[in-house]
Design a protein around this ligand. Structure first.
Ligand code: AMP
Ligand code: ZN
Length: 118
């Protein structure tokens, strides 16, 4: 998937504010943050979404979640953070390269989704 925007970021073809990289994953700040700290962790291998993963991705998914805590602390999120994975149309996914959002800041983030009026 050479024209995928996150694949291009991983390859350095599009600039990003990189936080971390190893042989399997890449982490960078969201270009349009919705919290004081907002970054994403992505697998280097192109996987469109959580709806496409299979058993072969088990290790990398675990690796991403373990790094989420470490990288969140590195960004000053010592008292907690939120992880979000948007998947597919209903999940309002915009970029179809699997990514885990990590969000936080000095103040609590509020409830997860706004409740609809009954
Ligand atoms: P999602 O709705 O979960 O697919 O979120 C995609 C996220 O990617 C959004 O929060 C965007 O702000 C972010 N994004 C899109 N393009 C870039 C980019 N070039 N660099 C960093 N973040 C980006
Ligand atoms: Zn990709």
């Amino acid at each position: 998937m050479s024209d995928c925007i996150f694949c291009r970021i991983i390859r350095g073809e599009i600039p990003s504010k990189k936080i971390y990289e190893d042989e399997e994953i890449f982490a960078f700040h969201d270009i349009n943050p919705i919290a004081p700290v907002h970054f994403m962790i992505v697998p280097k291998v192109h996987v469109a979404s959580l709806m496409e993963v299979d058993a072969s991705h088990q290790k990398i998914l675990g690796h991403i979640l373990l790094k989420a805590n470490e990288l969140a602390r590195g960004q000053g999120l010592e008292e907690g953070f939120r992880t979000i994975i948007n998947s597919g149309r209903i999940g309002h996914q915009e970029v179809y390269h699997l990514h885990v959002h990590i969000l936080g800041g000095p103040e609590p983030l509020g409830s997860m989704l706004k409740r609809r009026a009954p």
